[in-house]
Design a protein. Structure first.
Length: 186
């Protein structure tokens, strides 16, 4: 089934040239640079660094599954992303795992909320009924962002992460959609 990204996305509330773009093969290197940069901050992601080859494989998988994966651009520069990785097992295929990241220079401007809201809308349009994520318990800004978008706490994994000798609890959050799934294409 073909989806019109433009028909789903909300227009930018910003006067600057911020735009959203669906991930494409020609943006794979840009996605890797931004995601690796955020990973190397050693504060937010499940990865402490991301190799270009593993990122390229992930991009191929996302494109093959037509997964919701938006890039946030400032002009022509990718400055963030929000994606949903579909669950593979048949009994879980109505859901996916959400990930998001922004370069430090663009945090605190409301861009993450705009990016997340549009990714959720795109995921629901593509039939996802459950979106889940994990977040470090000390990442209060992200937790508030997720709660504003309807994510609810489902559990806490105590001292689940250890970065540079520091143990951090991880929260599990999810958002359920009550929207009807799209009709299958013939």
């Amino acid at each position: 089934m073909a989806f019109s990204l433009e028909a789903i996305l909300m227009s930018s509330p910003y006067t600057a040239a911020f735009t959203l773009q669906q991930l494409s093969a020609d943006r794979a290197a840009d996605f890797w640079r931004v995601s690796d940069s955020v990973a190397r901050e050693r504060r937010f992601l499940s990865f402490l660094e991301i190799s270009q080859s593993s990122s390229a494989e992930y991009v191929r998988s996302q494109l093959a599954s037509q997964a919701p994966h938006l890039l946030l651009l400032d002009g022509n520069q990718v400055i963030g992303w929000c994606d949903v990785t579909p669950h593979r097992l048949p009994i879980y295929q109505h859901g996916g795992t959400l990930g998001i990241g922004l370069l430090p220079s663009h945090r605190g401007m409301g861009l993450g909320g705009w990016l997340l809201e549009n990714t959720v809308r795109l995921a629901e349009q593509r039939g996802f009924r459950r979106l889940e994520l994990t977040v470090h318990a000390d990442n209060l800004n992200a937790i508030k962002l997720y709660e504003r978008q309807g994510f609810q706490l489902e559990g806490r994994k105590r001292e689940a992460v250890c970065i540079d000798g520091r143990h951090i609890d991880v929260l599990m959050m999810a958002r359920l959609s009550r929207a009807e799934p799209p009709e299958p294409s013939n």
